[in-house]
Design a protein around this ligand. Sequence first.
Ligand code: FPP
Length: 246
Amino acid sequence: MQTFSNNIPEHVAIIMDGNGRWAKEQGLPRSAGHKKGVETLRQVVTTSGEIGVKYLTLFAFSSENWSRPAEEVGFLMGLLKTFMKRDLGKLRDKNVRVRIIGGRENLQLDILKLLLEAEESTAQNTGLNLVIAFNYGARDEIARATKRIAADVKSGLLDVNDINECCVSSYLDTRSIPDPELIIRSSGEQRLSNFLLWQAAYSEFVFVDELWPDFTKDVYLCAIDKFKSRERRFGGVVPQKVAVTS
Ligand code: FPP
């Protein structure tokens, strides 16, 4: 039995992996795995709100995923569009604020419009921040940020001596979003796969064996419990209890 009162990570980021393998195991097309994966995604959003997570970042589509077969890419785009159309009202009512990270250049206009609408229409919400990483790659994010920093230095908006970690963070897609305290990856793979490379500097990692469509509420809560039991030192040492002698 889990308790949620304290030490809930403020920001959980998830690499939703294993849809294809799940479908293969069931003798179904990969698209069936992605469809079931959206159900898991909805349940994770609900649970995150219930237990008091403030930021939930989901790796929905990487900048490398465009290299998948056109049919699969098309299906994933369709799922995203359906999700945005069907679920946005509910998310808005549940006080969820939607944010999108990832490159926006060269996106299909209808998708870009839906993403912007989701961000704009929930901008005033104060509950869970649902951050969807779409067309996202961390190296691409850092390269885009670097380009903007260089442009601001060139135009005189930014002094080169003011470039520090805080400044770089403020040029990333995740500006104003705290770094994830916990990163979860499903399906037994233990890689970051170009996800939040800068922001993961001090994150705790929990890798679970379940494929994403099998990532139940219990699996999620277990991962949160694992996080709670970790000792986080941020490069320092654990404060020692000093024995008091009289
Ligand atoms: C990884 O499984 C999953 C993805 C590449 C896409 C995740 C997308 C969704 C859950 C649904 C779409 C998102 C939204 C926001 C509606 P995989 O295909 O890499 O699985 P495999 O490693 O077993 O092949």
